[in-house]
Ligand binder design. Structure first.
Ligand code: SF4
Length: 146
């Protein structure tokens, strides 16, 4: 386990958030609409998509919130509004680096930052992107019984 993973495992799931990039949704069939806090997945959605699966897992594990963000600014606002003490983030390298900088600034420096377990995309390109789902499940379940 890495140091940052151990840091996340020590934070209760109820103090953590999951941040996903919206580009992971199935672009041709996703019925979700964007709101102020990101993509809203309607309860009636019957797609068996990655976002739906990990969102359900995070909520079942007791995560404070899940943000399917349209960009770094939206993700950062979500982290701030939810006073997240731990973060699991899935996005492209560019967004992840910008997000880490943003969280660092928000926290007043690297020493005060909440642990961020980051999982980069396997296939990027802004539409219908892919990630190692098992890695995301493992990150979500750090220190939790789910
Ligand atoms: S679960 Fe959410 S992201 Fe996936 S297809 Fe449904 S609305 Fe879109």
């Amino acid at each position: 386990m890495t140091q940052v993973e151990a840091g996340l495992a020590a934070i209760a799931p109820s103090e953590r958030v999951l941040v996903l990039s919206h580009c992971l949704r199935p672009s041709q069939s996703c019925p979700g609409k964007f709101g102020k806090s990101g993509l809203d997945c309607p309860e009636s959605c019957s797609e068996n998509c990655f976002i739906g699966r990990v969102r359900q897992m995070a909520l079942k594990a007791g995560y404070k919130g899940v943000c399917i963000a349209a960009g770094g600014a939206m993700a950062l606002r979500f982290v701030k509004d939810h006073h997240a003490r731990g973060i699991v983030a899935v996005a492209c390298d560019k967004e992840l680096l910008a997000g880490i900088d943003g969280v660092k600034n928000l926290s007043g420096g690297a020493g005060n930052m909440p642990p961020i377990v980051i999982i980069p995309l396997l296939k990027d390109g802004c539409v219908d992107t892919e990630v190692d789902e098992e890695r995301v499940f493992q990150a979500l379940s750090l220190g939790s019984r789910v």
